[in-house]
Design a protein. Structure first.
Length: 133
């Protein structure tokens, strides 16, 4: 499974990438939304992990742009952000429109929590594939 991590903090991004690789996931790490779109053009990710606080083109804008591409409309997204879930940019409308499957608030999230969310996404996708096969 191929995961795209979009994290502007290079140290955190590398930490996420290394932990996911240890779990046998294929991972691309980028630090901006512009790089993320370019990476998606080369290979469609099976999952995106996203920090909402990005320079120039914030995470919410990125999500709407992402969903404008037909082949990226159903890629699940896990948010891991310094913005609390109660922040005005994160509404239930946004959650449903851009298909956010999990949300993690960085100050309260352990690395194992993120990995568990990733595993859960792929486990539920596997179950759906088994049902439709």
């Amino acid at each position: 499974m191929y995961i795209l991590v979009i994290e502007p903090n290079k140290i955190l991004g590398q930490t996420y990438r290394d932990a996911l690789i240890k779990q046998n996931y294929s991972v691309a790490l980028v630090h901006s939304s512009q790089d993320a779109i370019g990476t998606c053009d080369k290979q469609t990710p099976d999952l995106i992990i996203l920090e909402l606080q990005l320079a120039m083109h914030n995470g919410v804008e990125f999500l709407y742009e992402l969903r404008s591409y037909k082949d990226l409309q159903n890629v699940p997204v896990i948010i891991i952000s310094n913005l609390p879930l109660t922040h005005k940019a994160i509404s239930s409308v946004l959650w449903n429109e851009v298909k956010i499957v999990a949300y993690h608030y960085k100050p309260l999230t352990r690395l194992v929590d993120l990995i568990n969310s990733v595993d859960k996404v792929f486990k539920s996708a596997s179950v759906l594939n088994d049902i439709t096969a």
